[in-house]
Every structure is written in structure tokens, then in C-alpha cells.
Design a protein around this ligand. Structure first.
Ligand SMILES: [Zn+2]
Length: 394
């Protein structure tokens, strides 16, 4: 594909960043369009555009289908000016996706992961990103690794990831040292949420909520174009709001958590208990529930708890849209009616009007979310660049 930026992105110039973000979000635009949207003066837009054109991040040409009179010069993003890699770490694979500056996925690949040991995972992530870099045929501007659990994007630290059994792993620094590419880490649901809000089913929503169901219950929240990240790396922990039976313990130390009632492992355990049939997968539990009886009641209870959880987030942040995703969608037919009833009962006033969209995602979509975070970090010039620079100067 080949990547040939002529210079550095002018990230120290806030007006240039604003102009670029506006064209990225709205597509080809005249200088007048940009001035109207950003509130910058015409002179300021012209000045801010200059370094973006010089560095090859924007192109200028006559508007398509030009009308009579003086042609309007349009500015558009040069997609091949920068490449980004996003990696999603699952329990047994690392999944990578390569995108260009417009956020379009150009290639992806999977590598098996045989152990959750930090060294093994870092080496697999690096191998996946190198393969994507070869596909790009040039240097990558930034990479992002998305991991489930408590992740501090600014420090690059994975504070706690239950499924990898990691605590306080400086993942961004380790991957950066291995690859020599500016790297950020992000919570996987927040990464997916960013991609949904910029290029997916959440485009146009001023407040967007993405809820993932399945092994765990995750939630990403976008307000005015920003994915909330929380002061301590924790935000939108919908799975740990106590809306279930207060006697039910959760692995987090709390009781009655949504995740302890409505996540797949909880459902499997409760169906086994209710029917006396030892089960190990959600598909087996669902099969039993489809013939009714106590198994169906467990799914109904899980669905009602999930519906109350969705109403809670709707009442708190007032989304225009809630996107429900995750591997749990495979058995959503057993929840749907109970989710809807509980949601309508509990949503306050007009909060009930928010649209609910069911949107399945592949792991490549999650990796695309990570690439969106890499692009966002590159454009904002966040933290990791400084870390890279300090290492080089040592
Ligand atoms: Zn909990």
C-alpha cells in the first residue's frame, strides 16, 4: 500500500487539530464549511490548513460536479498519510486490524495465544502488528492494544484483567519496547465504543451507550464525541451495579451484581442448579431453556436484570441510542421480551424513547476499535509519545 507522509502531524497546533478533526468527521469540506462548523475565523482556518497540506495529511481539489462560476476548493483527508494497527487480545487469540487515516479496515489477521503469560502475549501482539506493518508497506503511525478489564490509557497500565489474570502490567511500554512504535492500551469495550461512535452504528448520536453481553457485561459511554474513561480507569461498570438478588456474591467482592446474574457463566451455573443437569456452555443452557421450565425462568430473570441495567444507564446519561453487542447476542431471543419489559418499566419518562440497536461484532470489529483509539491518540498527541521520546533520549 505504501505510506508516505511528507512531514509530522501538527499536533501542537490546537486549531490545526480542530480543523483536521472536522474534515475527518464530515468529509470533504470547503474552508468556509470548516469555519462555520468550528467557529474559527476564515483567516484562522486558512492558517491552520497550511501545515496540514504541507505535511500531506490533507489534499485540496475542486469540488466534484462543480457549478457555474468560481469553483470551490475542497479540502479532504489523504487516507494513506498514516496507518494504524489495532489489536484485540482474547482468551486464546490476538486479533489485529490495519486501518488508514480515514479509519477504513484494510487488512486483518489472527494469531493463536497459548498462554496468558505477559511475555507470551507481548510477543504475539508484536508479531501481529509486524505482519500488519508489512501489509501497509511502511511505518505505522501508532498502535493500540485492547484488553478487557481495568485499563489506564494515559499510563498504558493494565491494572486488572481477570481473564488474563494480570495485575499492574505496563503493557503499552512493553509492546512499545518490542516494536518501536508509539503504543497505547485501552479497555476493549471503550475501544469498540469509539469505533461505533466514529464509523459504526453510533454515528450521529450525541450520547451513545454500547453494552456488551456474554462472558462479562461491559459498557462504553460517549458524551459529545468523547468516550468517558473515568478518573481512575473505571467507568460504565454496568455489570457491577447491584440489580440482582443481594444474596448472590460476585467475583468483584460485591453482591447482587448484574454480571453475577446475567453473564453467561452465571446463567450456566444457575440453570445447572435449577435443573440438576450439569452444564458447561451457554448453548447447552439455552437449549434446555427453549423447552421452558426452570431453565427458561433463569433466562427470564437474567433478561429482566439486564433490562433494569439498560434502564439505569438510560436514566443516568440519557443516550439517544444504546447498542447491544457481544457473544451473548447468540441467545438473545431468550432474553429479548424480558429485557424490553423491564426496560420500559424502569426507564424514567422520555428516557424510554432511546433507540436500542442489536449489533453483532466480530473480533476484527473489536480490533478496528483498537485501531480507532490508536488514530485518536496519534491525532491528540497523547502521553505515549512522551514516553517514547524519553526512552530514545536515554
Ligand atoms: Zn460485581
Amino acid at each position: 500500500m505504501g505510506s508516505t507522509p511528507n512531514g509530522a502531524f501538527p499536533r501542537r497546533n490546537p486549531a490545526s487539530r480542530t480543523v483536521f478533526s472536522s474534515i475527518l468527521a464530515h468529509g470533504p469540506s470547503s474552508r468556509g464549511d470548516v469555519a462555520r462548523r468550528t467557529g474559527l475565523s476564515a483567516a484562522s482556518v486558512t492558517k491552520s490548513v497550511r501545515p496540514l497540506l504541507a505535511a500531506g495529511f490533507l489534499l485540496e481539489g475542486d469540488a466534484a460536479g462543480g457549478s457555474v462560476g468560481r469553483p470551490v476548493r475542497e479540502l479532504r483527508v489523504r487516507p494513506e498519510a498514516a496507518w494504524f494497527a489495532g489489536v484485540k487480545v482474547t482468551g486464546n487469540e490476538v486479533v489485529g486490524t490495519l486501518t488508514n487515516l480515514s479509519g477504513v479496515a484494510l487488512a486483518s489477521g489472527r494469531l493463536p495465544l497459548r498462554s496468558p503469560r505477559v511475555r507470551t502475549v507481548v510477543s504475539r501482539i508484536s508479531a501481529a502488528v509486524r505482519k500488519l506493518r508489512d501489509r501497509a508497506g511502511g511505518e505505522l503511525a501508532a498502535a493500540c492494544v485492547a484488553v478487557s478489564g481495568e485499563v489506564e490509557r494515559d499510563t498504558g497500565l493494565v491494572r486488572f484483567s481477570p481473564f488474563l489474570d494480570w495485575r499492574d502490567v505496563p503493557l503499552a511500554e512493553l509492546v512499545e519496547a518490542s516494536l518501536g512504535i508509539s503504543t497505547v492500551v485501552e479497555n476493549d469495550v471503550r475501544a469498540l465504543t469509539l469505533a461505533e461512535s466514529t464509523t459504526g452504528a453510533g454515528v450521529g448520536a450525541s450520547v451513545l451507550v454500547v453494552v456488551t453481553i456474554g462472558t462479562g457485561i461491559g459498557c462504553g459511554i460517549v458524551v459529545d464525541g468523547r468516550v468517558l474513561s473515568g478518573a481512575h480507569g473505571v467507568v460504565g461498570e454496568l455489570g457491577h451495579i447491584p440489580l440482582g438478588d443481594p444474596a448472590t456474591p460476585c467475583y468483584c467482592g460485591g453482591h447482587g451484581c448484574v454480571e453475577a446474574v446475567a453473564a453467561d457463566p452465571a446463567i450456566v451455573r444457575r440453570v445447572s442448579q435449577a435443573t440438576g443437569v450439569p452444564l458447561s456452555t451457554i448453548a447447552e443452557a439455552a437449549e434446555l431453556a427453549r423447552s421452558g421450565g426452570p431453565a427458561a425462568k433463569v433466562f427470564a430473570d437474567a433478561g429482566a436484570t439486564l433490562g433494569r441495567a439498560l434502564a439505569t444507564v438510560a436514566n443516568l446519561v440519557g443516550p439517544d441510542r444504546i447498542i447491544v453487542s457481544g457473544e451473548g447476542l447468540a441467545v438473545y431471543d431468550l432474553f429479548a421480551e424480558h429485557v424490553r419489559t423491564a426496560f420500559v418499566d424502569q426507564a424514567y419518562g422520555s428516557a424510554v424513547e432511546c433507540t436500542m440497536v442489536l449489533q453483532p461484532h466480530s473480533f476484527e470489529d473489536w480490533a478496528l476499535g483498537a485501531a480507532a483509539v490508536a488514530r485518536d491518540a496519534f491525532l491528540r498527541g497523547r502521553a505515549r509519545d512522551a514516553v517514547g521520546a524519553s526512552r530514545l533520549s536515554r
